[in-house]
Ligand binder design. Sequence first.
Ligand code: BG6
Length: 482
Amino acid sequence: QEKPSCMIIIFGASGDLTNRKVIPGIHSLNCESRIGTNTQIIGVARTKMTNEEFRDSLEESVKNYSRLKPGKTTYCEPWDSFAKKITYLYGDYDDPKTYQNLVQHLLDLNQKFKTPLNYLFYCATPPQLYPIILRHLAQFKLNQNRDSFWSRIIIEKPFGSNLETAIELHKVVNSIFTHSQVFYIDHYLGKETVQSILTFRFANTIFEPIWNRNYIESVHVNVMESVDVGGRGNYYDKSGVIRDMLVNHLLQLLCLIAMEPPPRYTSDYLRREKIKLLQSIKPISCSNFAIGQYHGYRSEQKISKDSNTPTYADVDLEIDNWRWQGVRFRLSSGKKLAKKETEIVLTFKQPPFSMFSTSLESVCKNQLRIVIQPDERIELKMLSKIPGAGMKTQPMKLTYLYSQGEPLPDAYERLLLDVMLGDSSLFTSAEEQRLSWKLFDSITDHGIPIQYVSTLGTNSLSSLVSQVNYLLPRKTDDIRVL
Ligand code: BG6
């Protein structure tokens, strides 16, 4: 495979994302020699720091979060030698001088290391800064592909906070970069197990005939997190779980599970199928979702004391097309739950008849579980005979473990490499984002009547959360006001 060499310019270089994901991802790519040895990483942020201070601040993150540990994994170069590829520039994002310095710095690096003038810009700042940064890139002509050199930009979510603001963002981006230069990152698409949904569905013969309303009763995309909001209160309290998780990560998982087979594995075909699927989802009504907030949320840092931002949501969707008519799709996600697990569960219909003594009702339904994290695996739940006399049945599982001991590459690793190679198959399009917002705007923006309940309204939830500040169950009659 071609080894791309470029200048990776990270705006928001002193932030958490850079520390935990972007730099460790580049580090692992470098260890595995997937990128050119003269690739340069330039951090830009407002904090005053020297190159050395910046490098020191990253050393611990790489040790903690990189899949391949510096110096330890045999083929991984020691930290000091990787650190030489990293430099830092400080400045305000709205000051043209910052970009003037950047231009000069890029030319110097090109002279010194012969790194080609390919630019990969990474917007890892708060989203309100995106337009400011983009306009300055245009002012200094850093947005243009030149001769054989390219300029590309990665934009992190949130892509707006509703349909209207997403459209505004797309307008700014499209006025500065062309379609093929822009990479909107949804890191769930870079997870190995998420990509494997495509091969599971479309590289095997046996699943397609049963992948529809005739055999499948329901599909549940369930992303449980054990972490709380941590230090991200400022962002999260304005966003909440629906904007933070459902509109992007969970809907993207749903698209891969439910879309029609694309004719080829290319970004355009994949996007086209995802768009068709999103267009087929019926508008969400107030009676088919539940929201909740974990106990203690209002005492977290930077969270308003009377915040009603939901940290848990559970939404039922219907897909109005031939394949999925009548099948219930549920998306659930929450923070500070009993465990971290991301899974997609497909429940099949009950067999039509039981010839054994067990009653049909007690016969378990077949279930296919695609466990995306933390223990990546695919499980098929079936009934089998209990060995010995008689004809008694018991549930059993066929399990395929996706990882064979070695840690799987992190999503950011894969996605960063794809951008350097110019492959946007695993990135979302502006059209997908608009359709996703359109679907959820009805429940995020039109004022949900938040009520308080003393206990949990649904059984499935009570096993997950022990105490909540409130829960608004899916049927409004269930609400008990304290
Ligand atoms: C991010 C959200 O996009 O995804 C976070 O902003 C969330 O709130 C995270 O915790 C979950 O990602 P992962 O890869 O840990 O499942």
